[in-house]
Every structure is written in structure tokens, then in C-alpha cells.
Design a protein around this ligand. Structure first.
Ligand code: NAD
Ligand code: IMJ
Length: 257
């Protein structure tokens, strides 16, 4: 299968081989896409670089999405090396641990700003940069979200609010960028044990068990499952889809109890 042959994809949010970004990278690579990655800080570089090299990455650059100069720099590298971009994968989220444990009502102004900046505004800033590099034939932008944007998941707190802003941003971006044939989507994934999910969530096992018990398909999802949908959304077969929220959650979101 090489339906993405020669397509140029920038993947933001690879941390290790459990990352959802890794499942997406493998699926895009399998379909013939060329890949570029960012990493956050030197400690993650040591994990990211060998993984990225194993799928033939042509660009591996530091990029903290809160820093405008670093965002400009990585898109500058993409322009310099490839002269354009077809696919942007945004798989980035962060909130202060304090705001994931306590009550949402106690979220500080700074904690709220940080979560919304990294987890939602970064999609706007990177989509703007990506759109400047996408060809007249268009492109695809995909971000990752979670059901805690729609319903209260205790402990998800300010991240739920950030994901609601992210999902709404997808619709406004789809409207603006549709004139350039750029399609924008959010994939709402079920719980997956990644670095971002393991990071201090005491009842994560219960959350996974709940999917096995209650979701229509009674099975947890993997980064590879998410990757396959992402690859489909980047193909020509999805050219008339944009602004969507698509679930890879074994159907959990349709349940009323
Ligand atoms: P992960 O920890 O592997 O990925 C999160 C990434 O965000 C990391 O690579 C980290 O370096 C990056 N990041 C954080 N702050 C950043 C910053 N300032 N600049 C640049 N990068 C930064 O975990 P994951 O579960 O693969 O998360 C990827 C996405 O999937 C997130 O948006 C997350 O909300 C979403 N998601 C995760 C789950 C889950 O259960 N794991 C479910 C649904 C959605
Ligand atoms: C995260 C926190 C609380 C409950 C959670 C999660 N559930 C799931 C997640 C039920 C599935 C994972 N998720 C969907 C996320 O978006 C995670 C975001 C995140 C995780 C951390 C952990 C470490 C840290 N800050 C974080 N910021 C965002 O310091």
C-alpha cells in the first residue's frame, strides 16, 4: 500500500514508542509518506531520534510549541528541506499536574493559560504555519482529543476544557482553511497507556477496564488503530471530509450509561 507515496508529513508530539504519534508515524510510513518530527527537550531527543530514524525521518528538530521562534524554526526547516508540506499531525497536550488532581474549580489563571496554550492554541499556530507551506491541491491537519471534552471525567479537569477549545478550533480552522482545500480533523481516541496517560493517573487501569466492560466492541484501542484512521484521513478518498470529530474508542461515546 503506498497511497501516501511522496506526501510530506510533520508529526508533532512523539515522545516514545507508546506515543499515539508513533502509531500514526508507522501508518503514514507504511503508506509511503516522508516524515519529519519534533521533540521537546534533550531528554526526549534521546528517545525520539532513533525511533524517527527507523522510519527514515528527514527532519528531527527541537520544538516547544509555546515558543513562537521554535515553531517558526521547525516550519522553516520543512520549507528549506521539502519546499512544502502535505500533512500536519498535532499530538500534543499538557497541563500542570496540580490541575489534573485537584478540583477544576481551583484551577489557577496560570494553570488554565498553560493548558489552553499548549493543548489548544498550539494547533492554531501550527496550522497557520502549515497552511503557508501546503500546495494548491490542499493538505490534511489532524489533532488528537479525548471524550473528557464532552463529559466530565473526574481528574481530567482543565484538560477537558482545553480539549473542548481544541475541538472547536478544528471547526473554525476547517472553515478558514477550506478555501485552500486544507482539511482539518480531530480524532477522539479511547484511553491508551502512554506517557501522558500514565503520568500520575491512579485509576487508569479502572478506566481501561471500563472500556472492556461497557464499550460496544469491548476492547481497548491502540496507537496503531488511531494511526490507520489518520492515514485514511490523509488519503484522496477522504477529500470531501473536513471539520470532523472522529472516534476511535470501540464505540464508548455512544453509550448512555
Ligand atoms: P505522549 O506523552 O506520548 O504525547 C504527548 C506529547 O506532547 C509528548 O510528545 C510531549 O513531548 C508533547 N508536548 C507536551 N508539551 C509540549 C510542548 N510545550 N511543546 C511540544 N510538545 C509538547 O502521550 P499521548 O497519549 O500519545 O498524547 C498525544 C495526544 O493524544 C495528546 O493530545 C493527548 O491528549 C491525546 N489523547 C491521548 C489519549 C490517551 O489515553 N493516551 C486519549 C485521547 C487523546
Ligand atoms: C489524563 C489525566 C487525567 C485523566 C485522564 C488523562 N484520562 C485519560 C488521560 C482518563 C485517558 C490521558 N489524556 C487523554 C490526556 O489528554 C493527557 C493529558 C495530560 C497528561 C499529563 C500527565 C503528566 C503531566 N501533565 C499532563 N498533561 C496533560 O504533568
Amino acid at each position: 500500500m503506498s497511497s501516501l507515496k511522496g506526501k510530506r508529513a510533520l508529526i508533532l508530539g512523539l515522545a516514545n514508542d507508546r506515543s499515539i504519534a508513533w502509531g500514526i508515524a508507522q501508518a503514514l510510513h507504511a503508506q509511503g509518506a516522508k516524515l519529519a518530527f519534533n521533540y521537546l527537550g534533550e531528554s526526549l531527543e534521546r528517545r525520539v531520534r532513533p525511533l524517527a530514524e527507523s522510519v527514515g525521518a528527514e527532519i528531527i528538530e527541537a520544538c516547544d510549541v509555546t515558543q513562537d521562534d521554535q515553531v517558526a524554526a521547525i516550519f522553516g526547516k520543512v520549507e528549506e528541506k521539502w519546499g512544502g508540506l502535505d500533512i500536519l499531525i498535532h499530538s500534543v497536550a499538557f497541563a500542570s499536574k496540580d490541575d489534573l488532581h485537584g478540583r477544576f474549580v481551583d484551577t489557577s489563571r496560570d494553570g488554565f493559560k498553560l493548558a489552553l496554550d499548549i493543548s489548544a492554541y498550539s494547533l492554531v499556530a501550527t496550522s497557520r504555519e502549515a497552511s503557508k507551506l501546503m500546495p494548491e491541491t490542499g493538505g490534511t491537519i489532524i489533532t488528537l482529543t479525548y471524550y473528557g471534552s464532552e463529559k466530565v471525567i473526574p481528574g481530567y479537569g482543565v484538560m477537558g476544557v482545553a480539549k473542548a477549545a481544541l475541538e472547536s478550533s478544528v471547526r473554525y480552522l476547517a472553515h478558514d482553511l477550506g478555501t485552500q482545500k486544507i482539511r482539518v480533523h480531530a480524532i477522539s481516541a479511547g484511553p491508551i497507556k502512554t506517557l501522558a496517560a500514565a503520568g500520575g493517573i491512579s485509576n487508569f487501569r479502572d478506566i481501561l477496564s471500563q472500556i472492556e466492560e461497557k464499550a460496544p466492541l469491548h476492547e481497548n484501542v491502540s496507537p496503531e488503530d488511531v494511526g490507520e484512521l489518520a492515514a485514511f484521513l490523509c488519503q484522496d478518498g477522504a477529500r470531501h471530509m473536513t471539520g470532523n470529530l472522529l472516534y476511535v474508542d470501540s464505540g464508548f461515546n455512544i453509550m448512555g450509561s
